[in-house]
Design a protein around this ligand. Structure first.
Ligand code: SF4
Length: 364
């Protein structure tokens, strides 16, 4: 890093804090977003990423299962949801889900997320989790966003804590990070007015961590939000992490403008915006161990670049992905282990196979 160059851009104090591993303020994050030379946040993020993870980058052998696309919410960015009975609406049985998993071969992580169905209650998900756990005793089961947990609790008239405890007893290890979208109330109300607010999302995650579950956290960006909204979103996440400590990974998700009601009102982030957001996230989220470049929504080539802009994970083999592809993602549906490892090596990093909790996997 060229200190004189960084100081000439007014970021000398930020450099000092990064080198001392001190927390950056929102204004310092804003200065990184506004810096005219994008290589400055990139270099600072690479320093932190290397301090945390050396030259390693992670991937997971996983399979996504989306139990239903029927949803009571109508998020304007969503191309996946259907009304009950609408053409294309579906509900998987537990047998359907297990057949999809079995076809994928050995798995280190099973990712289960879908719509908020008006009638599929907690027993359906407990049964699904228990059957998946019985079939995959060692795999990480990552199931149901904070939005789905809140929906199940409301349907059953239960506290979210009880829903979480019962799902954990059925075999769930962790929650995916979806549903966070953007916490700022202005863009959130414009995007997804029926969805739980940011405070409730954070509260459910805190309850999950208290129940002994871990979770991820996401941020949807490149739509109606400002860079300040993104920074406040990251700040809210790191304060929740200070309080409950159960977040494993942060995943910035680009808005994809295909096939949804919001459509071309927003164009999605540019490649440079994605890269800079990866870097800023790595620098702001000082208490998050991992930043994921989710290749399904970013594309593999941009995800490879993200590994040098703060990300240390490419996610996984995935096998079948509906939510991002319904919104226009033109990435592949699946990558093999060899393809993921090669993509990481091409980027200059050493691949490490992980499970959902980011524990290194070495058995075959
Ligand atoms: S994003 Fe999730 S909660 Fe919103 S409409 Fe789509 S499936 Fe439902």
């Amino acid at each position: 890093m060229d200190r004189r160059h960084i100081e000439s851009l007014g970021l000398g104090p930020v450099l000092d804090k990064v080198l001392a591993a001190e927390r950056l303020s929102l204004d310092e994050g804003q200065a990184l977003y506004d810096c005219p030379d994008p290589h400055v946040p990139a270099a600072l993020a690479m320093h932190v990423r290397t301090r945390l993870h050396g030259d390693t980058a992670r991937y997971v052998i996983n399979r996504h299962v989306n139990p239903t696309n029927v949803c009571v919410n109508r998020c304007r960015f969503c191309a996946y949801r259907r009304d009950p009975g609408q053409e294309g609406a579906y509900v998987l049985t537990a047998d359907d889900a297990l057949a999809k998993l079995a076809a994928a071969g050995p798995l280190d992580e099973i990712h289960i997320v879908g719509g908020c169905h008006p009638e599929l209650g907690l027993p359906y998900y407990e049964d699904l989790a228990a059957r998946v756990r019985a079939a995959y005793p060692k795999a990480s089961i990552k199931a149901l966003t904070a939005v789905e947990i809140d929906h199940l609790a409301t349907m059953a008239g239960l506290d979210a804590s009880e829903v979480l405890t019962r799902l954990k007893a059925a075999g769930v290890d962790m929650l995916p990070g979806g549903g966070a979208e953007i916490f700022a109330s202005g863009p959130r109300n414009a995007l997804c007015p029926e969805k739980i607010g940011g405070e409730r999302w954070l509260e459910v995650m805190g309850l999950a961590h208290k129940a002994g579950l871990r979770s991820n956290a996401t941020m949807l960006f490149g739509h109606l939000e400002s860079t300040r909204d993104r920074l406040e979103h990251m700040d809210a996440l790191r304060r929740q992490q200070d309080a409950s400590g159960g977040f494993v990974c942060f995943i910035p998700l680009p808005y994809l403008p295909g096939n949804n009601p919001l459509g071309a009102e927003a164009s999605g982030p540019s490649a440079m915006d994605v890269l800079r957001t990866m870097a800023v996230a790595r620098l702001m989220l000082d208490n998050f161990a991992h930043i994921k470049a989710y290749w399904v929504m970013l594309g593999l080539k941009l995800s490879q670049l993200c590994l040098s802009w703060g990300a240390d994970d490419l996610d996984g083999t995935v096998v079948e992905e509906r939510i991002g592809h319904d919104a226009g993602s033109d990435s592949a549906q699946a990558l093999t282990t060899a393809e993921l490892e090669e993509a990481i090596r091409q980027s200059g990093f050493t691949p490490i196979r992980r499970d959902g909790l980011f524990r290194e996997q070495s058995d075959v």
